[in-house]
Design a protein around this ligand. Structure first.
Ligand SMILES: Cc1cc2nc3c(=O)[nH]c(=O)nc-3n(C[C@H](O)[C@H](O)[C@H](O)COP(=O)(O)OP(=O)(O)OC[C@H]3O[C@@H](n4cnc5c(N)ncnc54)[C@H](O)[C@@H]3O)c2cc1C
Length: 374
């Protein structure tokens, strides 16, 4: 019989980060994934670490995003030291580019909103923006600098987290599909797998990304749904791009600073079920947005295209915290911000499992909100 202190369903960035945190506190932890670990949304992500609201529905998330960003450098050091793998963590900020409409008014609104949420945000005169980013489009009418934003290479981070978790004693169980929670009255005592086995654990964490809703008896707490994002990687030999660049149509995330340089372009947000196809319309949308931001990219070579499924929720907020069943905790539904939110999610879930209290209020993200709304 397999028995652990904590069984985590899902070996994405959430499952891996929580496992690493708990194992450092000497708990016996298993991570169960129905396939190879870290091959879903966490592998597909661009790696922007941006607590800025991209939509009004993101505003309740800003304090959590700020707290997680503040933890990132220590989180990366811990993961890199335990695994021996460098993660491509970059500080230096993101530049928002406005090329349409009343740019000055847009900038004023953006600066006021960001500052009211405690986020650093500076209007960036166009000549300075062009000094920073010589390849920037001549069509830019105004630019803003978000100096605290960072980026990371998610696939390398994912490998480092798995390495760190293994080095700390976490048991990774790829190829283990969980079909339901194992309940004993009002207590969760483990999970049941597709082969009929029960894996026993005093605490179970549901971190199965957009598939969390498919685990029998988890659905009422985690009505997650997939939102597809398509992505493109280019290799370009022009002037290297130094910062993350964003417009309202898309973004460019540079990897490394040498030429030729790899840049990641994103993305679409599509309701396409669990279908991970890359489409001609999706690629066209992403490429036209990127080429409008940095026209030189039209000459770059397309080296990879892919798509991934973001774990969406009905209110676009994550699902974090205990259920009304003893021993059951949720850490899912991170939608567009899971790479950013991994450190704070791991910290809060670990605190809850060990101390039954958290250092930050997470009530707004409780899985019980979906029971209340029924
Ligand atoms: C195109 C794209 C771009 C993105 N860009 C960014 C970005 O720039 N910055 C950012 O912060 N976030 C970004 N995100 C969001 C981020 O990637 C996700 O929020 C995050 O990866 C979610 O992590 P997760 O561990 O919850 O889910 P996942 O990485 O999807 O992992 C879930 C795991 O659970 C496993 N699983 C599912 N069902 C079961 C089961 N029944 N039994 C066992 N295992 C199961 C799956 O196999 C999978 O490995 C992006 C996402 C996409 C798709």
């Amino acid at each position: 019989m397999k028995t652990f202190d904590v069984a985590i369903i899902g070996g994405g960035i959430m499952g891996g980060s929580i496992a690493f945190d708990l194992a450092k506190r000497n708990l016996r932890v298993a991570v169960l994934d129905r396939q190879e670990m870290m091959h879903e949304a966490s592998w597909a992500a661009a790696g922007m670490l941006s607590p800025a609201p991209h939509h009004p529905t993101d505003i309740p998330l800003v304090p959590l995003g700020r707290a997680s960003l503040a933890m990132y450098s220590k989180f990366v050091s811990a993961v890199e030291n335990a695994s021996g793998i460098r993660t491509g963590y970059r500080t230096g900020g993101a530049v928002i580019v406005i090329s349409n409409g009343d740019a000055e008014r847009e900038i004023g609104k953006m600066v006021d909103l960001h500052r009211s949420l405690g986020l650093s945000c500076e209007p960036l005169p166009l000549d300075k923006a062009r000094n920073m980013e010589p390849a920037l489009t001549q069509d830019a009418r105004a630019t803003v600098l978000l100096p605290d934003e960072c980026s990371i290479e998610p696939r390398v981070l994912a490998a480092a987290i798995l390495g760190a978790a293994t080095a700390t004693g976490v048991k990774l169980l790829p190829g283990t599909e969980v079909v339901s929670l194992a309940l004993d009255g009002k207590k969760c005592v483990g999970v049941k797998t597709a082969t009929g086995e029960t894996i026993h654990a005093s605490q179970v964490v549901v971190a199965a990304g957009c598939w969390s809703s498919q685990i029998s008896n988890a659905l009422p707490y985690a009505p997650t749904a997939p939102l597809r994002g398509q992505m493109i990687a280019l290799c370009h030999s022009g002037t290297p791009i130094r910062n993350v660049l964003r417009s309202e149509r898309g973004y460019i995330v540079p990897r490394g600073m040498s030429s030729p340089q790899t840049v990641i372009l994103g993305s679409t947000i599509e309701n396409a079920g669990y279908e991970k196809r890359v489409t001609s319309g999706g690629l066209e949308k992403i490429l036209s947005a990127a080429n409008a931001l940095v026209p030189e990219l039209a000459k770059a070579e397309v080296i990879e295209t892919w798509s991934g499924l973001r774990p969406g929720t009905p209110d676009q907020l994550p699902i974090l915290g205990p259920a009304d069943i003893d021993g059951l905790v949720f850490a899912t539904g991170h939608y567009r911000n899971g790479i950013l939110l991994a450190p704070i999610t791991a910290k809060l879930v670990s605190e809850w499992i060990i101390e039954k209290k958290t250092s930050m209020d997470w009530e707004a993200f409780s899985p019980l909100r979906f029971l209340r709304s029924n």
